[in-house]
Design a protein around this ligand. Structure first.
Ligand SMILES: [Zn+2]
Length: 185
């Protein structure tokens, strides 16, 4: 697969991140691709459901597992022919779930400095040894700047419900992106 195709899928993931932003969620979106087609798309729903496990990746996995056409019968690695495109590096929780479900590979936008499970904080995808579950490749940098900018757009407006809201007037949306910069969630 060439970069152009990866970018095509990542743009679909970015559309889901935009949907998350419009809904007041940390803007992370993803699509799962199998056989050249999107089989699931999702975005963060942690605020809506008041549930910290409702990350985009786990939302999409649940829909794939629940769909009898996509998952006729449960096997140990139901995602072994499925590729994930996600706007931000999967967190440690999601990176581990993806490995346990045998994801084929992962492409992501920007790194996740706070909770990244594909190398930024912990290499759950391959560096951490596991006696059973096979490792998977995770490659970042697709639509990276878009992924960073949408997170900044979210964080510049958040906390307005806090008891003493910080003045938005003092906040400036930074548009400069350094090569090593990333924004965790
Ligand atoms: Zn996650």
């Amino acid at each position: 697969m060439d970069d152009e195709e990866h970018l095509k899928w990542m743009k679909e993931a970015m559309n889901m991140a935009e949907e998350a932003l419009a809904s007041g969620e940390v803007p992370v979106g993803c699509v799962f691709v199998r056989g050249g087609q999107i089989v699931a798309k999702a975005r963060n729903r942690t605020n809506e459901l008041c549930n910290a496990t409702r990350h985009a990746e786990l939302e999409a996995i649940d829909s794939i597992i629940a769909n009898k056409e996509l998952t006729p019968e449960m096997s140990q690695y139901p995602l072994s022919s499925t590729t994930l495109y996600v706007t931000v590096e999967p967190c440690i929780m999601c990176a581990s779930a993806l490995r346990q479900m045998g994801i084929k590979e992962v492409y992501y936008g920007c790194a996740n400095d706070r909770f990244g499970g594909c190398g930024s904080v912990l290499g759950v995808n391959e560096r951490v040894q596991h006696p059973i579950h096979p490792s998977y490749r995770a490659i970042g940098g697709f639509c990276r700047e878009d992924a960073i900018m949408i997170l900044r757009r979210f964080y510049i407006t958040e906390n307005t419900n806090a008891p003493v809201p910080r003045s938005k007037a003092n906040r400036v949306l930074k548009t400069e992106i350094h090569p090593s910069a990333s924004t965790g969630r």
